[in-house]
Every structure is written in structure tokens, then in C-alpha cells.
Design a protein around this ligand. Sequence first.
Ligand SMILES: *[C@@H]1O[C@H](CO)[C@@H](O)[C@H](O)[C@H]1NC(C)=O
Ligand SMILES: *[C@@H]1O[C@H](CO)[C@@H](O)[C@H](O)[C@H]1NC(C)=O
Ligand SMILES: *[C@@H]1O[C@H](CO)[C@@H](O)[C@H](O)[C@H]1NC(C)=O
Length: 242
Amino acid sequence: METQALLCLTLAFLFFSGTHSVTFTIKNNCPYTIWPGTLTGGGLPQLTPTGLELASGASLALDVSANWSGRMWARTQCSDANGKFSCGTANCGSGQVTCNGAGAIPPASLVEFTLNGSGGQDFYDVSLVDGFNLPLTITPKGGSASCQSTSCPGNVNQVCPPELAVKGSDGSLIVCKSACEAFNQSQYCCTGDFSTPDRCPPTQYSKVFKDQCPQAYSYAYDDKTSTFTCPTGANYLVTFCP
Ligand SMILES: *[C@@H]1O[C@H](CO)[C@@H](O)[C@H](O)[C@H]1NC(C)=O
Ligand SMILES: *[C@@H]1O[C@H](CO)[C@@H](O)[C@H](O)[C@H]1NC(C)=O
Ligand SMILES: *[C@@H]1O[C@H](CO)[C@@H](O)[C@H](O)[C@H]1NC(C)=O
């Protein structure tokens, strides 16, 4: 009896500490199929899966380590031609549904996470630094009441300046590039003479993104209004087309 009780306690301890994990729920609210991708950072092993197909209305729960850091995005307009899979937006270039450690090729709206970072906080944000392909939201679940959701609810494509717009084969606008990607100039990329926060203010282009999505990163040094924190212990819902 005593041995069993000890075993139970040990298992309980392992369950609640050693194997602690965080659940991400990825939900597709878009009226079309999407192919979310995941990219793990910090030299940690990639998640399983690194890419998947999610029908309209479907969701998927994904358990990650309590220390996970990385990003997620959603590919759209994907097809398989002669065994080579590729997507009209946010393609990862792997030629497969899984991305296998490849990131999104811009433009792509991103969600970024550093779980259990400094001070035992989870850090998360929505980033349009690599451009915009679709709206998305991060919603903490079951954590402290102080944990806030963050979102890019707007459709940047509708207000995308012509010089940043990328059109699909049917002529419709499908994605909006960041000014950094479109022009590769230091004042937009916050590089060279513009490589510090005080030297890289918002631009007319970053403001277009910020107006649509005030909580999202609109350029590299947009930290103040775009980084969110939550004490560890929360799970996260990532909704595409919220
Ligand atoms: C998280 O990282 C800390 C410190 O590096 C380590 O002690 C802990 O075991 C890790 N937790 C998980 C679930 O990997
Ligand atoms: C969070 O990180 C701290 C220090 O790096 C570590 O001691 C702790 O075990 C980690 N928490 C989890 C749940 O892994
Ligand atoms: C962007 O410009 C830098 C120099 O300013 C150059 O080294 C780099 O190759 C350029 N990148 C692209 C994608 O053209």
C-alpha cells in the first residue's frame, strides 16, 4: 500500500512538474482551408507537426514544452502539383505539408511565443514585421486574469499601398509586403544607421499596418505596444481569421 501511495505521489509530481506542458489550440475560422506552419526557435527540437492542413471551422490541440519558443503562421491557397506542395501565401518552401524547420517566406502574419522567459513570464506577440497575409488572434486560456489577448483583426490587404501589394494569378490582392521587404532600405528594416529603437521610428508604411492592427508589431522596434506577457501556466488559443 505504502509503495503504491509513494508511486502515486511520484507520478503526480512528474505529471505536474517534470512533464509540464502548454497546450496550443490552433483554430481555423477562415471560410477556406488553411495550412498552419510551426517553427521552433532557440535550438529546441521542432514540434510535431511543423505543418498541417486545417479545414474551415476545424481546430487542433498541440502540446508543447513549458519552455517552448517559436512562431506560427498559416499558409493559404496551397496545392499539390506533381507531388510538389506549395502555397500562394506564407509558403515555407519545403515542398511538403510539413515545413521541417523552414519558416514562412514573407509576406506572412506571424504569432511569436517565448514561454517561461525572463521572470517566469510567457512573452507573445502578433507580428506584421514580415508583412500580412491574414488576420489572427492569440488568446490566453486558463491563466492569470492579467493575461490579455492580442490580435491583428484588420484586413491590411484592403488598405495595402500599391507599392507593397502582391497580386494573385486572378489579379486580386492576396498579400501585403512590409516596406523592408519591398524596398530593402535601412530606414524600413531598422538596419545600418537605423539600427536602434530611437533611430528607427515608425514610417508612413508601418503606420498603415499599425492603423489596422494597433496591437501587432508593424516594424522591428514596435515593442512598446506589441509585446504581451502572461505568468506561466496559461494555455493559448491561436485563431486564424478571428
Ligand atoms: C525549462 O527550462 C528550465 C531551465 O532551463 C529547466 O529547469 C526545466 O526543466 C525546463 N522545463 C521543461 C518542461 O523543459
Ligand atoms: C521555467 O524556467 C525556470 C528557470 O529557467 C525553471 O526553473 C522552471 O522549472 C521552468 N518552468 C517550467 C514549467 O518548466
Ligand atoms: C538588402 O540590402 C543589403 C545592403 O543594404 C544587401 O546586402 C542585401 O543583399 C539586400 N537584400 C536583398 C534581399 O536584396
